[in-house]
Design a protein around this ligand. Structure first.
Ligand code: SAM
Length: 249
């Protein structure tokens, strides 16, 4: 940007991204064509309190998984959360589910260290069925993937399916991009996020924000909580929320 070029406001960035929003095939193609070089965790560059929130995410599953158990990682990507769960809970196994072959391949070397404690499946969380013989899970975990739901009905139907994947007393934990409760709050949260990205300086913030909103279709925490309740989840909590991100269970 030249010195005189006016920097877009966050609202302008969001409006531009929304006007060019990728359809579901476009989102999928973006993951399929991403140049993920393998396992590289750069989350700390763009996620506030990254270490703290991941620790919190794992601690939420402690009482369920301490003695072992089966975990489904939805939208597992290069296996970041999968490996965190496998390291933290040595008696657990994880099914890492992702619809992108590129992302699954990016995960294979890292995941092969865990032998038969981990398996990968090709799975579109919004439309595929799980393999019939896969059994139920003690925990379903997800990170930065569920925000690709397109509307409330699609989110609700995913939550109903997640509920059905779980054993009685199982736990669902999601760390994700969420919308504000209204437009003004969405812009305020995204502005705070841009300030955070600018402070860190590792990332071209405007490009990153545009890239996120062109792909993601986040909904508000109030909507998440309501939908989870409607499909039968009890004890819904939001242990952490910062800028455009939240951890809910
Ligand atoms: C931003 S990455 C996050 C990966 C990982 N969960 C993490 O926290 O590092 C999002 C992942 O979700 C996957 N994904 C997006 N939509 C999906 C869908 N409908 N079904 C399965 N995987 C999906 C993408 O292929 C990608 O690997």
């Amino acid at each position: 940007m030249t010195e005189n070029a006016k920097r877009p406001t966050v609202e302008e960035l969001l409006v531009k991204a929304e006007s060019r929003k990728l359809d579901p095939d476009g989102v999928r193609a973006a993951f399929e064509h991403s140049s993920t070089p393998g396992f590289v965790d750069k989350t700390a560059d763009w996620l506030p309190e990254s270490e703290h929130v991941h620790e919190l995410l794992l601690s939420l599953m402690e009482s369920t998984l301490d003695q072992g158990g089966r975990v489904l990682d939805l939208g597992s990507g290069m296996g970041r959360l999968t490996t965190m769960v496998l390291d933290r809970f040595p008696r657990c196994s994880v099914v890492a589910a992702d619809y992108s072959q590129t992302m699954r391949e990016a995960a294979t070397t890292e995941l092969s260290r865990y032998g038969d404690r981990v398996s990968q499946i090709d799975f579109d969380m919004f439309s595929s069925d799980l393999p019939q013989d896969i059994g139920k899970f003690d925990a379903v975990v997800s990170g930065f993937a569920i925000h690709h739901g397109r509307d409330l009905m699609q989110y609700k139907s995913l939550y109903r399916r997640i509920h059905s994947f779980l054993k009685q007393g199982g736990i669902f934990v999601n760390l994700d991009h969420v919308a504000g409760e209204d437009r003004a709050q969405t812009i305020e949260n995204a502005t705070e996020w841009r300030d955070f990205l600018d402070e860190d300086g590792e990332i071209e913030s405007d490009k990153f924000i545009y890239g996120s909103y062109v792909k993601d279709t986040p909904i508000s925490l109030r909507n998440h909580v309501q939908l989870l309740g409607e499909v039968g989840f009890e004890q819904i909590e939001i242990p952490w929320q910062k800028m455009i991100f939240a951890l809910y269970t």
